[in-house]
Write a protein that binds this ligand. Structure first.
Ligand code: NAD
Length: 454
């Protein structure tokens, strides 16, 4: 099919590359000309495992066509995915990118006299956005042309975007008429055997996406609340407590005499909190939406409040170990909000760094994927960004892990002792083997703060 994508960010470009690899002909547009130029030059503008190679193939085969004007976008296509950003502004969803992209798309459809063009909202938008914000724009500008509108939310996770897109668990199709459903089903025809199609109305499709993100954020905040309780009980390790929970038959099922640990167990781990471009902003957006509808959402509030405290908790733990943090040299290991992405949006490491800097600490940070370019990030301007882990650890008073990069997995006391003044590590993701550390040199979140035992 001849399809278009507006917005060449993580979601738009992944959608475009993956659909182009399935022999659809995809034209992609972004207001950022630089991004489009990079894509034309076969260069992925962000890091995501496996996508670069497919990008090269689909550009070479002319199945992906990056363009810098909307007329070109609509001329040869029958429908368009809207994949622009929906950030937070003043605690509410900011629909500026949605409104301006839909307005300019509608104008281009009109100018090119396209009939029955299909608009597919892929961005995450709060309930009623499609009906109350997007539909009026289309009605006003396209009433003579006819058009279709659907909400088909994206569920990919950065770091495994390619696999998530190619192997979806569901394709949700929110629509207001049957033609739209047929159009969307035709696009995703190859997925029919692999996953369930959930047909519903526009508002339900919008809410399904928020329900997903709120649920997984809730598991993380739940785990962190258990860690907070554990802190007050000497000898209690919250990781063990939550591991025991996961063994419950209602979570870990037994299939053919084998235990099947569900993926959601990876959210039942305490740590330095969730970040990224989705969980924090989406929970905030749906909370704000609910509040405006005069619906009380104390659970959503708690998810965010618990999470907001986590970077602070990491800093407090370091202060309990070191005392005054002024002029202490602190090594930050991992800046991205999760491994296998270069995305720094709402990363807990950045929040912790801000607090540490205010306390007068000196920060030496290392992230396997971010080198000099991270100097452009405001909160990192007063840090030294190191190009090796050894440089970040040199003469340091304490090291703190914020990202579960595999590069950190082999760290042990012997390694730390080679470089650090005090070979002490706080493992904000709780994934290292504590047996490999000397007593009193390895800390996870949620340890009793009475004696800071390992
Ligand atoms: P992003 O910021 O990486 O990309 C958005 C792109 O849209 C940018 O390249 C920007 O230049 C472009 N853009 C903005 N206004 C435009 C306009 N008027 N015309 C054309 N292009 C315009 O954002 P993202 O991470 O790809 O997220 C996009 C949407 O998908 C958001 O609603 C997000 O919540 C949702 N989502 C994101 C993820 C994720 O993991 N990143 C997963 C699922 C859903």
């Amino acid at each position: 099919m001849n399809l278009a994508v507006i917005g060449a960010g993580y979601v738009g470009l992944t959608t475009a590359i993956c659909l182009a690899s399935q022999n659809h002909r995809i034209t992609i547009f972004d207001i950022d000309d630089e991004k489009i130029k990079q894509i034309q030059n076969k260069k992925l503008p962000f890091f995501e495992n496996g996508l670069q190679e497919i990008l090269e193939n689909v550009i070479s085969s002319n199945n992906l066509i990056p363009v810098t004007n909307l007329n070109e976008l609509v001329q040869n296509t029958d429908g368009c995915f809207i994949c622009v950003g929906t950030p937070t502004k003043d605690n509410s969803i900011d629909l500026t990118q949605i409104v301006s992209s839909v307005e300019s798309l509608a104008d281009a459809i009109n100018e090119n006299n396209k009939k029955n063009y299909q608009i597919i909202v892929r961005s995450t938008v709060i309930p009623n956005t499609s009906r109350n914000t997007i539909l009026p724009i289309l009605n006003e500008r396209l009433s003579k042309n006819g058009f279709g509108l659907s909400v088909v939310p994206e569920f990919l996770r950065e770091g495994s975007a390619l696999n998530d897109f190619m192997n979806p668990d569901k394709i949700v199709i929110g629509n207001f008429d049957e033609n739209v459903v047929l159009f969307v089903k035709e696009i995703f025809k190859n997925f029919e055997d692999k996953c369930q199609f959930v047909e519903t109305n526009l508002e339900s499709a919008e809410l399904i996406k928020y329900t997903n993100n709120a649920f997984f954020s809730m598991l993380i905040s739940f785990s962190n609340e258990i860690a907070n309780i554990s802190e007050k009980i000497p000898g209690v390790d919250p990781y063990k407590i939550l591991n025991a929970l996961v063994l419950d038959k209602r979570i870990t099922s037994i299939v053919n005499d084998e235990k099947v640990t569900p993926n959601l167990a990876s959210y039942l781990i305490p740590g330095c909190g969730f970040g990224g471009s989705c969980f924090p902003k989406d929970v905030q957006a749906i909370l704000d939406y609910a509040t405006k509808q005069e619906t009380q959402t104390p659970l959503l509030k708690a998810i965010l409040n618990i999470n907001a405290e986590r970077p602070n908790k990491m800093v407090s733990l370091s202060a309990k170990i070191l005392g005054d943090l002024k002029d202490k040299k602190i090594s930050i290991l991992g800046l991205t909000f999760k491994p296998d992405t270069n995305d720094l949006r709402s990363s807990p490491a950045l929040d912790a760094i801000e607090i540490l800097l205010k306390k007068g600490a000196k920060i030496f940070a290392f992230d396997p994927i971010l080198k000099s370019e991270s100097n452009s990030i405001k909160s990192l301007q007063n840090c030294t960004i190191c190009t090796t882990i050894e440089d970040a650890l040199k003469d340091s008073d304490i090291a703190m892990i914020f990202t579960k990069w595999p590069e950190f997995k082999s760290i042990d006391s012997r390694f730390l002792k080679q470089f650090m003044k005090n070979p002490i590590l706080i493992d904000g993701r709780g994934f290292l083997d504590k047996e490999k550390f000397d007593a009193g040199s390895y800390y996870k979140m949620g340890h009793s703060d009475k004696n800071l035992e390992n």
